[in-house]
Design a protein around this ligand. Sequence first.
Ligand SMILES: C[S@@+](CC[C@H](N)C(=O)[O-])C[C@H]1O[C@@H](n2cnc3c(N)ncnc32)[C@H](O)[C@@H]1O
Length: 232
Amino acid sequence: MPMTEAMTRDNIHEQLPKRDRMQLYNFVGRDIILWERNIGDDGDEIGKRVWPSAVDLCQFLQNGDFPMQDKKVLELGSGIGLVGIVASLLGADVTLTDLPNIVGNMEENVRANTREGCKYPPKVRPLVWGRNLNSIKGPKESFHYDYVIGTDVIYIEETFHDLSVTLRHFCDPRTTVLLGCHFRVRNRDLRFIELFKKDFDIVREHKIPGQGVNKVLFEARMKGWGDIDVQT
Ligand SMILES: C[S@@+](CC[C@H](N)C(=O)[O-])C[C@H]1O[C@@H](n2cnc3c(N)ncnc32)[C@H](O)[C@@H]1O
């Protein structure tokens, strides 16, 4: 566990970026303790805290809306790991991924919260969207995921193309894609949805209770694969 110097009046500006914060969640009857580490350095906090759509998706998972038992799940942009941890506790075989500088803290959180009660030990892997996609599971033909999921991953326009390439790579017609979205810059974020809809059919837009139109959970499947059995 990284140690930081005590914060004093003299070193506060140096120490603030290194501050850690513990967050407590309760899902599927388990307390989940997550460390948000080094929050505050250069505004690069994005992958170091839990975002609201993650909590929303965990609620759907806990409610049993998307059965997880024995399902193969790939999570993109997992951040500090809440969704992947909850999916693991629900019996899924989960691979959590994120940028190389984010996976260290995620891995600590994942290990600490899945030591007991998980049928499949979750895996944590670095993955930059659009880069070395075969490094996760080999060539596309050699694997199948029941779910590919991501929460609050639509927010940097420069990554939209790579994110859609990544979704295409890891999905097949039987994969359910779950994208938890909090539209903060609506026009920008909807441009991703338009791009996404070239390859995927949105099966359902699940409303988040009490959240109006700015938050939605998209359930989608890859299009163009003909009439197939899509039971998961
Ligand atoms: C807003 S955070 C959401 C984190 C987590 N899914 C949640 O909801 O709490 C977006 C995540 O996407 C990751 N991310 C951003 N760009 C990425 C890229 N090009 N490749 C892989 N991950 C990326 C960030 O590191 C971050 O963890």
